[in-house]
Design a protein around this ligand. Sequence first.
Ligand code: GLY
Length: 382
Amino acid sequence: MTSPARVTVHGDKPYDVVIGRHLLGELPGLLGRGVRRVLVMHPASLEATGEAVREDLVAQGYEAFAVELPDAEEQKTAQVAAFCWQVLGQADFTRSDAIVSVGGGATTDLAGFVAATWLRGIKVVHLPTTLLAMVDAAVGGKTGINTAEGKNLVGAFHPPAGVLCDLAALESLDRWDLVAGLAEVVKTGFIADPRILELVEEHADALREWGTRPTADETWAVLAELVERSVAVKARVVGEDLTEQGLREILNYGHTLGHAIELAERYQWRHGAAVAVGMVFAAELARLGGRLPDEVVDRHRAILTSLGLPVTYRGDRWEQLLGAMRRDKKTRGDLLRFVVLEDVAKPTRLEGPDPALLAAAYAEISKEPPTGRPGVPVQLGV
Ligand code: GLY
């Protein structure tokens, strides 16, 4: 068996992201000394995995408890957080005890938030089970819950004590969840690592067909490299700018329009699908503004389409999307801000673009692109 890869996230309290297979033996090392009690937090759909992790912790000498959460975004509420605080209180969790999350991005967000707030902060180790959580949500310390007014409006920056990306968890991942996770991988390629783009271009067919036939060893190796490279970029960015004062903003490439599309679709689109459209919009903005060569925009469409991700959106929604972008919490003052590229791996910001430029970029994505592949499903969220 090949030994796991290890990426260190630097900062006030450095931590490791371990990438490999069957990694539970690494958990005590990440929890560190002094931890006696551990609360394993998992959604209902991962009961068996959560229980296996709890039993493993007991076998390793911890007093371990498990709490079952609602699935998906339903768990990211103040009520569910309050229930978890109750469990921690009744089990006498002290500041030297810890939480282990097992699940996708919603679980790492909630568990991280509960860890950040219990006794003003206890350790959390994330065991992400989706590609999206491995390459994005579990790394970097963003935690949060939703309120009636919007997503992630309450939260804290609380870096984990470690992250275990067990690739075996991806074996049973829904095909379109894997593809949606690849949108964030492609984003990372465009903002920082051209080799990611080459790997996706070379292996798009196998990645798009994920789960429809046994996965070849070569595809597993490619996926491991994509996770490692994506985590390495995120580690570098959040190690330098944990609280999003500057550099970290580049991770939002494609997200300004992407978030607006998610809202317009009432969160029935997968996040990665909306970000895919958002990246093509940002690329068109940069191209029409004279910053980005045509071929890099074409490359966006070609790569995303080859994975089965959408690159266009309804032409009749522009005013609604513009309104949502203006309300986005990342807008500073009255000005709309976008991360755009000057080339692959050369991100920059575009602040307060001319409304005519915005509308022109939208016109480019609200019609079928020339490289569209007929027959590829575009709506992943349904
Ligand atoms: N998902 C973007 C970030 O972690 O900053």
